[in-house]
Design a protein around this ligand. Sequence first.
Ligand code: 5AD
Ligand code: SF4
Length: 450
Amino acid sequence: MKSKVYIETFGCQMNVADTERAATGLRKAGYDLTTVAAGADVVLLNTCSVRERAERKVFRRINEIRSEAKRAGQLKPLIGVMGCVAQLEGEAIFQNAPAVDLIVGTQATDRIPSLIERAQGGEAAVIDLDERQEGEVWDVSPAERRSPYVAFVPIIEGCNKFCSFCIVPYSRGRERSRPASEIVAEAKRLQALGYKEIHLIGQNVNSYRPRVEDGLEGFAGATRFCRLLRAVAATGLPRIKFTTSFPRDFHPDIVTAIEENPNLCDWVHLPVQSGSDRILKLMRRGHKRSDYLARIERIKNSSRRLALTSDIIVGFPGETDEDFQQTIELVRQCDYDSLFIFKYSKRAGTPAAEFHDNVPETEKTARFIELEKVHRAAQEKIYRSYVGRTLSVLAERQSSRSEKDLSGHSTCHKVVNFEGDSSLEGEIVDVLVTAAKTNSLYGNLLQDQR
Ligand code: 5AD
Ligand code: SF4
């Protein structure tokens, strides 16, 4: 009988994409994939280490899986740790969590089947932290994708920016861009399969720098990323989103490309992290407040209304109340559609871990709450301004709140719920917004689409 593999995914979209890739490879190698841990022969945890809390979760899960199997009178499954925690902690995981049999680094996704085979063959403590190999496979089979309508397409992996707080350059290695010809071919394949929306993903999508021109010929643009946007738009795929953008590399031509191509969606995620130049410098972000605001100005002045979202860290080492007030002021100025706020979390091995983390936890929490309040007020105003407007919504699933409702995203990446039949799932429909809630909109399907 085939071994059953269960993969649990934590963290960002890159991990979701890696899980889909791992599942594709496993299925090809003859494994069965299952969606529940109970009864699986192999459990893989695809981990995140961007903040301490995410990392602790993994070790809790390992214990749970072991004790659940014990309670059910089953043999302990083969347990593997993949993703960022695996890459960063390596061998140490075997000591800290003896139930773990296998460690798969972030660049070893394609080698998982042979690693499992070795572990199943009796080899103890199997580990692969090596780099990706030439000719690596990025393909994902549609059967392994999380959604049949929205697909994540990695265009760049890794990060060269080394922001002082961030572990990603260590867990994911240097930037490696995928040839545009492959990305465009995948977009066309997805379109033929009926996908309505793709997300071009990467830690910094706009730092996209492939080694070859293939696929970009004939597409103009100020940067290779701008050319890629135009090349992917030319496939005619209905909705193209991209995330995350890095401020320093955010060329205004990105906005021009969006203005020229209606299928490039009206949403930009541009993390600022702080509104204080002093903190931005300590964070080694490579941009000042004014540089960031100049990017925002182009976005806000666009002929299309572009939704803008961001990430901010509060309580970075040395952040004074004055620094924090500058962040508050910047958030007021930017009027974000959505904002992800994080309390600074010390990551061993990053430069900031050597800084004196002098902001007490209570103060971090107070700043978090204060910033959230300021953001919520702006968000409420923005969301209310959608009432009475019609949005194009991709109906993705039944709403978790009500059986009669469908839930999906607008092109501006807002969650929109509306009453509708499940036969509409996978369709792009027009929804007249009737109410604004926290983080979501509610509306009615325009008549003739029912
Ligand atoms: N502490 C808190 N937040 C962090 N992020 C990255 N590293 C840390 C850290 N050490 C946040 C940043 C980033 C988002 C994905 O996670 O805001 O943009
Ligand atoms: Fe981390 Fe900075 Fe790279 Fe983003 S740009 S992944 S915050 S190091």
